[in-house]
Write a protein that binds this ligand. Structure first.
Ligand SMILES: [Fe+2]
Ligand SMILES: [Fe+2]
Length: 358
């Protein structure tokens, strides 16, 4: 080529033909001064979505795949990914009295939180161990573990699922395996709890799973929260506790940290933001969270999402309120990408510009 007639336009065209991109032209599209977040905060009211789930209860019969009678909380900005935040997908699942589901396993790690349960013999069996589901209990289904469920009671159960499949799909590492018949030898109830505790039967060896298979009963978490609430708590979150992995004392799952928090009657937290996203489920109480200047009013059973880098603060309106939440913070921490900051202006409170309506 005759370089005397070269031009920048010609170079850009030739680069495109060579499947190269000029960094000087596009750098702002892949490196930004602040996190570029592609989705907004959102809230799903229990009273709006549960009637839909109950209709599915009648229409999605066992013949029509009742083992997947669950409904995803799809952020309107993340529709192609069926996800709630960019890394976490939550859903409500209804399992009717007497229903069972065969075992399967997958790369995505999952947790289950029993949103409505009357207790009894209703469980998810993980790696052969039955984990019972009393109301507000948390159950883990770590990556690659076999799981199936059964509701042997006379009552429906509704649980909240949270999966890391948006992250797994982003890594293009997803797989799914259906099970046939008995996939694992049965373990006694409370097997993991006993193996992972301070005392275990002599001669049983170490814990055989790479991740803990656990149920965290709400009665224990609630008691721990009430005890912790005698202390000062966090300026941003009130009293907040993490569900801990007892093998390494790390986060609940490698990809998701589950937390429960108590916001005292009438309390107001200050605003902060972080390079992590969080999905909240309201266990009980009423309040309003201000997320990026918009009021999100919530009550029992509602689900809402605070995206990455969104300013958020919580105001508890009436009696003490309890929130359960799932965050991708452990992923950011593992990668050295976790950053957090407090709002300095206005004594740490946002100016309210709008009120969210779905
Ligand atoms: Fe599953
Ligand atoms: Fe927070």
């Amino acid at each position: 080529m005759d370089l005397r007639n070269d031009s920048l336009d010609q170079l850009h065209e030739d680069l495109a033909n060579a499947n190269m991109a000029p960094t000087w032209k596009y750098v702002s599209e892949f490196v930004a001064r602040e996190p570029k977040v592609s989705y907004r905060p959102w809230l799903w009211r229990w009273d709006d979505v549960i009637p839909l789930l109950m209709r599915a209860g009648d229409l999605i019969t066992p013949e029509r795949g009742a083992e997947r009678r669950s409904m995803e909380h799809v952020n309107p900005d993340l529709k192609p990914f069926y996800s709630t935040s960019h890394t976490i997908a939550t859903a409500f699942q209804l399992v009717r009295a007497g229903e069972t589901a065969p075992a399967h396993r997958h790369m995505a790690g999952a947790i289950r939180f029993a949103a409505r349960s009357k207790g009894g013999t209703v469980y998810t069996k993980v790696q052969g161990e039955r984990l019972m589901m009393e109301e507000n209990d948390l159950l883990l289904t770590p990556t690659g573990t076999w799981h199936e469920h059964a509701n042997e009671t006379q009552n429906d159960i509704i649980w909240l699922d949270a999966l890391d499949f948006p992250l797994v799909n982003m890594m293009q590492a997803s797989w799914f395996m259906p099970g046939e018949g008995q996939v694992c030898p049965d373990k006694p109830d409370d097997y993991s709890r006993r193996q992972l505790g301070l005392y275990r039967p002599v001669g049983t060896g170490g814990y055989p799973e790479s991740h803990p298979v656990l149920r965290y009963p709400w009665v224990e978490m609630k008691e721990a929260l009430l005890n912790a609430s005698k202390g000062p708590g966090s300026a941003f979150d009130g009293t907040i506790l993490e569900y801990v992995n007892p093998i390494n004392s790390g986060s609940t799952l490698p990809t998701m940290s589950c937390r429960a928090q108590l916001l005292k009657a009438g309390s107001k937290t200050k605003a902060h933001r972080a390079t992590s996203s969080t999905v909240y489920f309201v266990i009980g109480g009423e309040g309003v969270s201000i997320i990026n200047g918009s009021e999100f009013h919530w009550g029992r059973g509602d689900v809402f999402v605070a995206p990455t880098w969104s300013w958020h603060e919580h105001h508890c309106k009436g009696e003490d309120a309890f929130l359960f939440s799932i965050t991708d913070q452990p992923v950011l921490q593992m990668l050295g990408m976790f950053r957090e900051e407090a709002l300095e202006e206005n004594d740490g409170h946002q100016q309210v510009a709008s009120r969210f309506t779905p």
